[in-house]
Design a binder for this molecule. Structure first.
Ligand code: SF4
Length: 453
């Protein structure tokens, strides 16, 4: 028995097994199992758009310093993220063809432009503030590579897919780090603790290490198969470095909260100063901008912005590109140049991963996925409670789901409304045919590797 999984579906199962079934497993006649809502989740789309832009920046950075990042590199990254190219559909083509999941009263046009501005601001902010320091310490040796790890437990094989944002080689130590970028609403101690225990660090380290160990073996063997081993790894091998990943470098781009604005209107707007800073009304003194409503003066006195200051949509004002440039080069509200951008990125020290943690991850995930593969097989064969019940009826199908993919109703409304509520609590017919509701469509695989596994 063999099956494919990745971090998202492992976590989805742990949140709600029923959701895992609908999102990834139900057979629909598509290339892979699972269905997705017809409309797009704005958080997922923003995350994908941001990653698409960073992929271009990091690809440019792979040849740093011979071809350093410049404005053109950043413009190209923004254009690719928003308009697409290659395998990436692009933000605008996606929202124009599918739309976003929004509350009834929301202004779709406003939300589309605000999301585009946020993605652009985070990409430009990353290029201006985060990337130069990253490149001073690390060499980017790989970007967005599709990896597949193989894990065996008895007669079961798990193919585990991972798309790693980047692989970093620390210049001084030759240590290898997996780069993991995320967008987050905000940041606090709980987020830091959670990142420390995040499975991504473990799963990606283990999968990348399988590849490094393969290269290491090739280096130890004959000279004939070395074409696939990159020069940086050969140099590292010759220096005596082991084929191990030291840890994960996580970087977080903060989106800010979406708040009801004006209160009670049903319209939501971001409170992120990269796209919605404060601006002083023209008749009160012209073009003054602020990045924080509350602030301290150099003597430690607390202040608030006074009369005449209002939030402004920067994409309708000076534009995102000019605003990020302005923030990087000018003092704003008494804050040093760059502070407004810096506040929107969290760059924790690297999280180190040890072999014991990774072994534990492997045992648990392989065992979990074997149970899922077995459950799926029993449902398809009409086995309920260990007994074959054919022909299968809607009742026996639901009994199989209850047995192997129980509903964790605690996850129905928190942290966000689950997009499968219509299947779970709607007409029974949706249970085995969600697409008939017209609310869902066949899932297209995120990882190309899923098709071959
Ligand atoms: S609606 Fe609730 S029970 Fe159904 S898949 Fe979502 S979280 Fe699970």
């Amino acid at each position: 028995m063999q099956s494919f999984a990745d971090r998202s579906r492992v976590l989805t199962y742990q949140s709600c097994p029923r959701r895992r079934y609908f999102e990834y497993e139900i057979q629909t006649g598509g290339e892979v199992g699972g269905v997705r809502p017809v409309r797009l989740d704005m958080n997922l789309l923003l995350g994908s758009t941001f990653h698409a832009g960073i992929e271009i920046l990091l690809t440019h950075a792979m040849c740093f310093p011979s071809c350093p990042i410049d404005d053109n590199g950043t413009d190209e990254a923004v254009s690719y993220a928003l308009n697409g190219g290659g395998d990436w559909t692009g933000y605008w083509p996606s929202v124009k063809s599918m739309g976003l999941q929004l509350e009834a009263e929301e202004d779709a046009s406003y939300v589309y432009y605000e999301q585009a501005a946020l993605a652009e601001a985070l990409i430009r902010g990353y290029a201006a503030f985060v990337l130069p320091d990253l490149l001073a310490r690390f060499t980017v040796v790989d970007v967005e590579r599709e990896e597949v790890g193989t894990f065996v437990l008895g007669d079961y094989t798990l193919k585990f897919g991972a798309r790693v944002d980047g692989i970093l080689l620390e210049k001084d130590s030759l240590n290898i780090y997996v780069l993991s970028l995320k967008t987050a609403k905000e940041w606090g101690k709980r987020d830091d603790d959670s990142a420390r225990h995040d499975m991504q660090g473990l799963s990606e380290c283990r999968v990348v290490e399988q590849r490094l160990q393969g290269w290491h073996k090739l280096m130890e063997g004959s000279e004939t198969d070395l074409a696939e081993v990159p020069a940086w790894f050969r140099d590292r091998y010759k220096a005596g470095a082991p084929p191990l990943v030291t840890g994960v470098k996580m970087e977080f781009a903060l989106k800010g909260r979406r708040e009801n604005s004006p209160k009670g209107s049903g319209h939501y707007k971001y409170n992120n100063p990269l796209i919605r800073p404060w601006k002083k009304a023209d008749d009160l003194g012209g073009d003054s901008y602020a990045i924080s409503y509350e602030f301290q003066d150099p003597m430690g006195g607390n202040h608030r912005l006074g009369k005449g200051w209002n939030r402004v949509n920067i994409w309708e004002d000076m534009g995102v590109k000019k605003w990020i440039d302005y923030l990087m080069t000018h003092e704003v509200q008494g804050f040093e140049p760059g502070r407004g951008v810096m506040n929107q990125f969290i760059l924790p020290v690297e999280y180190f991963r040890n072999a014991e943690d990774m072994d534990r991850w492997e045992r648990q995930v392989v065992a979990q996925e074997r149970i899922i593969a077995k459950g799926k097989k029993e449902i398809s064969l009409g086995v309920v409670g260990g007994v074959i019940k054919l022909p299968q009826t809607p009742e026996t199908f639901e009994a199989g789901l209850d047995e192997h993919f129980p509903m964790h109703t605690k996850a129905c409304d928190w942290p966000t409304k689950c997009s499968f509520q219509e299947v779970c609590f709607g007409p029974k017919a949706y249970l085995h045919d969600p697409i008939s509701s017209m609310l869902y469509q066949i899932r297209v695989p995120n990882h190309k590797t899923e098709l071959n596994s």
